[in-house]
Design a binder for this molecule. Sequence first.
Ligand SMILES: Cc1ncc(COP(=O)(O)OP(=O)(O)O)c(N)n1
Ligand SMILES: Cc1nc(C(=O)O)sc1CCOP(=O)(O)O
Ligand SMILES: [Mg+2]
Length: 441
Amino acid sequence: MLLRTIWRKKKPSIKALRKRPGSLKRKAVKSTSDLELIVISSPVPVPNEADGIQQLFEAGMELFHLRKPDMDQDAFLKLLAQMDSKYCNRMAIHQHHDLADDFGIKRLHFTEWKRKNTAKDELLGLKEKGLKISTSIHDLGLLTSLSHFDYVFFSPVFDSLSKKGYSSSLESGFKLVKPVGSPKVMALGGVELKNLSQVKAMGFDGAAVLGAIWNQTEKERPKILQALMKKEINKLHYISQEPPFNSHLESILHALEAGCKWVQLRVKNLQEQEVLDIAKVARQLCTEHQAQLIINDYVTVAKEVNADGVHVGLNDMSVAAARQILGPDKIIGATANTIDQVIMHAKAHPDYIGIGPFRFTRTKEKLSPILGLEGYASILNAMNSLKINIPVIAVGGIISSDVPALLAQGVHGVAISGDINHATEMERKVEEIYQMLQVAK
Ligand SMILES: Cc1ncc(COP(=O)(O)OP(=O)(O)O)c(N)n1
Ligand SMILES: Cc1nc(C(=O)O)sc1CCOP(=O)(O)O
Ligand SMILES: [Mg+2]
């Protein structure tokens, strides 16, 4: 608080800011992530497998499915015994269910065959004992009959990376419509960095990855996992600005302290070197607060500071050129104001599209025509008909109370600058926006 008061009075230098974050109080902010990521083991033995799995847990893997269709019970037990028991509560097993109790494993997966050969009462009994149960399906028509499962894997969503010739049966532009009482549905088959944002846009609750991890070298696997975890597009994009008496970095720090988990550094009218200096500190602040950093306009700055991605507008570098520079694991967002611009961008597969402006705003000069709710309805309907599955972020003059109506049009999330920067109680404002985004999810 004291620090905040000092900063309001006097702008600190970048150097001073760089030194300060370590002394700031860090507080736990609840996760705003809403696409569950599950890693499934390789079906065949992998050299150094227990260590490899352990490294994935250490890299942040939230849920791991051990699936070894051809492994006998002894080998399965040996593999489990090599793993740190503290991770067993983040693990599900597909085979040898009778080992679960010994290892404190609370999740059992039922293959299609095993599901068909297990009485529903038995499954309900497991749930009563506090176990989570999952199964696999290839037909979404089964969802209504599987309401007693916690989640199902539906496959193949994309062409499989590990099973040759196992191709997606989904039409392009597929949207998942879950019946009432449906378990959660996790997309499986061919899920990788370049299509993860589509999984969310298709309406899946989560994604299960296999080939994307196990086709990599041992050293690369944790990095790919982390890139996958970061690829998710947050529903609230905080856009930095310099309100009177504040710098970009101060504003960013306040927003991070208030709970923002996605920051877009949007610096206008400065030399690239100055943007780079600011971006370096912004990178440090975001890392300390476990937030994603997106750089607006400056692709090479994004590369240099290892930002999580970049946002490019219609007058900036193209999505394809930015992808060339940043590679597949970085997030690339693009701006559009019309369906034609969306179609143009879609060809280069951006990870999200910022569509705006929703209403007039002083934050950006030379605004495109104002869209209002009708504008979003029309663009999102057209995207649906054209089967363009890219998360849409509404932007421009948005205030917290606009969120439910925008979500109702089908946007994935919102990008907000003024309403957060000018809030008298920033933390309450950010909490309110996240709540609205989650309630309407
Ligand atoms: C999320 C989001 N959407 C749109 C924009 C606008 O980008 P651009 O058109 O390049 O305009 P400037 O922000 O660079 O003035 C954005 N920044 N973020
Ligand atoms: C950065 C930006 N892009 C827009 C677009 O229409 O593309 S509107 C905008 C400004 C967003 O800030 P605020 O929430 O203060 O209006
Ligand atoms: Mg721009």
